[in-house]
Design a protein around this ligand. Structure first.
Ligand code: F6R
Length: 248
């Protein structure tokens, strides 16, 4: 895995935003759609702020962009404070010119007996537009990508999963208390993610240093899902100095 180290999260995020902008413009020039896989959480906040700035100040258009988000809690209402549907609108979609209907975020209100079909359809919709050109990822402290927790199968598709307790703890700050953190989520599968032409995983801060090191330098194992990215032919980690502290 290639690793790109920046002095700070802001600078790393700007570099990734530049790559995304270049890809969007290249596709637009060829009259093609640009299909992006999106992440939520604290990691991509600067990235989305920079993409909004590029739209407002430098005329970057998202008219040819189609997006698919990695995951959403289950169950959750789309307008709940912690919902990833709400997060994406507040941080990105409300501020750019992406046409309604060209962004997709898993729906946390699907009745349980329809989830299997819903998830299969989500993967089909990605395939129908030719697959992802670029997938953006963060990384959980336990190495999860999307909500593919340790032990997830490399061939897994979009599905309903149980969140690890450590993940619920890490995300508890968003909720009034731990008991309100959902136990389930809908996530793109590892095979869904791996089909992207290109993958960029971002990680900021010293609390990510250990898991970044295990993912890049440890052996590739499903016990650290991000380490499976060693098997992807076009993947890089964009990290800040703090997150690089354990690398040799
Ligand atoms: C979010 C996602 C998760 C996060 C990860 C890190 O869509 O897929 O894998 O990227 O939990 O979260 P933060 O960025 O909050 O440290």
């Amino acid at each position: 895995i290639a690793v790109e180290i920046h002095p700070s999260a802001k600078e790393g995020s700007k570099a990734v935003a530049q790559e995304i902008a270049a890809l969007i413009r290249e596709k637009a020039a060829a009259n093609q759609k640009c299909v992006l896989g999106m992440a939520t959480g604290s990691t991509p906040k600067y990235l989305y702020a920079e993409l909004v700035r590029l739209h407002k100040e430098e005329g970057l258009s998202f008219k040819n962009v189609i997006t698919f988000n990695l995951d959403e809690y289950y169950p959750i209402e789309p307008d709940a404070l912690q919902s990833y549907n709400r997060f994406m609108k507040e941080h990105l979609f409300n501020h750019i010119d992406i046409p309604e209907g060209q962004y997709h975020i898993p729906d946390g209100t699907i009745p349980k007996d329809q989830i299997k079909q819903y998830c299969a359809d989500y993967d089909k919709r990605i395939e129908a537009v030719g697959g992802m050109d670029l997938q953006i990822l963060g990384i959980g402290n336990n190495g999860h990508i999307g909500f593919n927790e340790p032990g997830s199968n490399i061939n897994s598709h979009t599905r309903l999963v149980t969140l690890d307790n450590s993940t619920r703890l890490a995300n508890a700050y968003e909720f009034p208390n731990m008991s309100q953190v959902p136990r389930l989520a809908i996530t793109m599968g590892l095979s869904t993610i791996f089909k992207a032409q290109r993958v960029i995983l971002m990680a900021w801060g010293s609390h990510k240093a250990k898991i970044v090191c295990r993912s890049v330098e440890g052996h590739s194992t499903d016990q650290v899902p991000a380490s499976l990215l060693q098997q992807h032919s076009n993947c890089k980690f964009v990290i800040d100095e703090q997150a690089s502290a354990e690398l040799t």
